[in-house]
Design a protein around this ligand. Structure first.
Ligand code: SF4
Ligand code: SF4
Length: 156
């Protein structure tokens, strides 16, 4: 499937421990670290989001959310969209949707190739996926889709 981010911000709600502000170096510029990869980066708040960034109500109410996340109308927006780290830019919350043979949705596979599903049979089958899948994510993604289809699941 072609992934289209709806900019709902849900994936950023618990990333406060992973996207860390080390120091403020100018009014809207921050020295940061992407903790999962140990990568330092500099982030300047997007000019058109500075007003919403200055309102700290949301981060105060959501201490686990990324410090750069802010509500914007009915959406949650990244206020450093231009300077956000690579793993944010390429993150996909849905790489595949998985349904049973009748088309009843069972769950999804994220861009990091993690299964998000409660269905016990699919979760058991996923253990086999984890054991047998190619190591490279690029090769694994089409392999997993073919594997699940072969087992009778619908994958899109
Ligand atoms: S990647 Fe998914 S969860 Fe994150 S903002 Fe986009 S649609 Fe929402
Ligand atoms: S830097 Fe932006 S995209 Fe990345 S977690 Fe924070 S709010 Fe989300």
């Amino acid at each position: 499937m072609v992934f289209c981010c709806r900019q709902c911000g849900t994936c950023c709600m618990y990333l406060g421990d992973y996207i860390v502000i080390e120091q403020q170096t100018a009014p809207f510029v921050f020295a940061c670290e992407s903790v999962s990869t140990g990568t330092p980066f500099t982030a300047e708040v997007d000019e058109d989001k500075r007003e919403i960034f200055l309102d700290h109500t949301f981060p105060d109410q959501h201490p686990h959310a990324c410090r750069f996340l802010r509500p914007y109308g009915s959406l949650l927006r990244c206020t450093i969209h231009r300077d956000s780290p690579a793993q944010c830019k390429y993150y996909r919350c849905v790489a595949m949707k998985v349904a049973d043979s009748r088309g009843i949705p069972l769950g999804r596979v994220t861009g990091a190739l993690a299964l998000h599903a409660d269905d016990p049979a699919l979760r058991t089958l996923w253990e086999e996926v984890e054991r047998k899948r190619p190591k490279s994510d690029t090769e694994a993604e089409p392999w997993i889709a073919a594997f699940l289809r072969d087992k009778g699941y619908q994958v899109e």
